[in-house]
Design a protein. Structure first.
Length: 553
């Protein structure tokens, strides 16, 4: 972006602080949602209750699909902030705000100390829709992106530190952050730091530092941090070696059917630009206008190694979710600021008009959701529309009465104001439709109103950790062909897990089922029970509908 006047920079700092506050507003407006968020929340809850920090459990069965850092942090959030859904979202929000701060630091390095462009980089990154999604969705991705970005920043800072000044601390920080990333999601944690290092070493203009013993020592810290949990489990059971190396590394990358996340090769080519609108539209247009040669050596390296190569890498994977590709967006933010910074106010004004039109259209559409929502099965109170309506008003007031003549700060402020309005509005709407969004809190609240919260809950043919999280106790899952209930029990040491997972297709499980049915349970089902399963609700004279669920009691 062009240089920002001092007053504009103060405005942006204040708005960034306000944006950070908007992340925290109303975090408990909706319950944890199936499937990923509910899974991480419930594993963290069971870990905190059971105080077993090495063996994550989901609904009473050991669950090793991911390393433990996310589970530890989720448990920490519950321990620090209470047992609510909002409590598990506090630390992911802090992680994303940490990413915004790191983007400011990276901007200072790559823009040669220009604080104005550094803060513009932080603003662009912090207002990307995909980053907002990662902040409000409890998964490994927000934590992993923070650790990857911290590692990349530390390595870049190490290389940019003058040779006559000590820099080993940055090297150690980079490797330790990389190790913690490995302990968060495994080998994929190396993608962004590796790309940053390659871009430095393939750019002749980038500074160089000689190899030293610190590299070896720092790598040792990475091994200690990154492999500690894996080694402890291997000592516990050698079968973990094949489990981690093959089933959860090779299979996850090469065979999406293993975890039902198959997506076409072009998934990220389409979703990554959509997830970073409207900045991605400006970036793509400016890259085309500038051309490869016009980028310059430094920014060609950023485009190639920070965006294109990781995008190709993730596209080759058979298993795809939008948040997996978070490592490309630091490069997107840096390039956007660099290329828009080369443009005149006349060009930036056209982007400003386009951004304003898009933001007004989106907030205006949200105002209409209470009217058109019922057509999509959504019941939304008209009062909820006041949040996006307020966003529209603030956008207009900012445009009409802020007397800033430079377009760059107006464009950045416009985007921050819209993002704040979007965050507050989206949370209010989620609180209205969480039943349709795969949340179980409405069911748990209704059971409490009916004074049925203490009864056993039998869930027919669905894995429902969100209900366990809301009720603070384990339901009984009744398997009847749903693959999500085919749990990995090979590491269980006893048969206790069978109390809460009953196979209706196995006559041997009928004894355990009979014990539960004699306790006057609540039966929960999403679809109508088949005729051969009607015995499950025999003697339960009442039933009612809560969202997509039918409660028999």
């Amino acid at each position: 972006m062009p240089s920002l006047p001092m007053s504009s920079r103060w405005w942006l700092w204040l708005l960034l602080l306000a944006l950070g506050a908007a992340f925290f507003v109303n975090l408990n407006a909706w319950g944890v949602l199936e499937s990923s968020e509910a899974r991480y929340a419930e594993i963290g809850r069971e870990m905190l209750v059971g105080q077993d920090w090495l063996h994550p459990r989901l609904l009473g069965i050991q669950h090793f699909h991911k390393p433990p850092v996310t589970y530890w942090l989720t448990a920490a959030g519950l321990g620090l902030f209470g047992s609510s859904a909002g409590a598990v979202r506090v630390l992911p929000v802090l992680a994303v705000l940490g990413q915004v701060a790191l983007m400011y630091g990276l901007g200072l390095l790559l823009f040669s100390g220009d604080k104005r462009r550094a803060i513009a980089t932080a603003v662009v990154y912090g207002t990307l829709p995909v980053v907002l999604i990662s902040a409000l969705n409890v998964t490994t991705d927000a934590y992993l992106a923070t650790l990857e970005l911290l590692s990349a920043y530390a390595f870049v800072r190490y290389h940019y530190t003058p040779a006559d000044k000590p820099a080993a601390g940055w090297l150690y920080l980079g490797w330790v952050a990389l190790g913690l990333g490995f302990l968060t999601k495994g080998p994929v944690a190396v993608v962004l730091p590796l790309m940053a290092v390659i871009s430095l070493h393939t750019n002749r203009e980038a500074p160089r530092r000689p190899w030293s013993a610190h590299h070896l020592l720092a790598f040792g810290l990475f091994v200690m941090a990154g492999l500690s949990w894996y080694l402890l489990l291997l000592l516990d059971d050698p079968k973990f070696l094949r489990y981690f190396l093959f089933e959860h590394t090779v299979q996850r990358f090469a065979n999406a059917a293993t975890f039902n996340r198959a997506k076409p090769w072009w998934f990220y080519v389409v979703l990554a630009p959509l997830g970073s609108l409207p900045w991605s539209a400006a970036l793509i247009a400016e890259v085309v206008r500038t051309g490869w040669r016009g980028l310059g050596a430094r920014w060609r390296q950023v485009l190639l190694w920070w965006v294109l190569v990781p995008l190709v890498f993730f596209s080759l994977s058979k298993s795809k979710l939008l948040l997996y590709v978070l490592p490309i967006f630091p490069g997107v933010a840096l390039l956007t600021v660099e290329l828009l910074g080369r443009r005149t106010d006349a060009v930036l004004f056209r982007w400003y008009v386009g951004f304003m039109s898009l933001f007004g259209l989106l907030l205006g559409a949200m105002c209409l959701l209470p009217i058109f929502g019922p057509g999509f099965g959504l019941t939304i109170s008209p009062v909820t529309a006041m949040w996006p309506a307020g966003g529209v008003v603030v956008l207009l007031l900012t445009h009409l009465f802020w007397d800033e003549v430079r377009i760059a700060p107006k464009l950045l402020v416009l985007t921050v104001v819209f993002t704040m309005g979007l965050l507050v509005s989206a949370k209010a709407f989620l609180g209205q439709v969480e039943g349709q969004a795969n949340g179980s809190r409405p069911v748990a609240e209704r059971l409490k109103q009916l004074e049925l919260a203490q009864r056993p809950v039998l869930v027919y043919n669905e894995l429902l950790p969100s209900l366990a999280f809301e009720q603070h106790k384990l339901p009984v899952s009744l398997y009847d062909g749903n693959h999500s209930l085919q749990r990995e029990t090979q590491f269980e040491r006893d048969e206790q897990w069978r109390r809460h997972l009953i196979n209706l297709q196995d006559p041997a499980d009928t004894v355990a089922l009979g014990t539960w049915l004699r306790q006057r349970p609540v039966v929960l089902t999403k679809k109508e029970l088949p005729a051969e399963r009607q015995y499950l609700v025999k003697g339960l004279g009442k039933h009612e509908q809560v969202g997509p669920w039918t409660i028999y009691y």
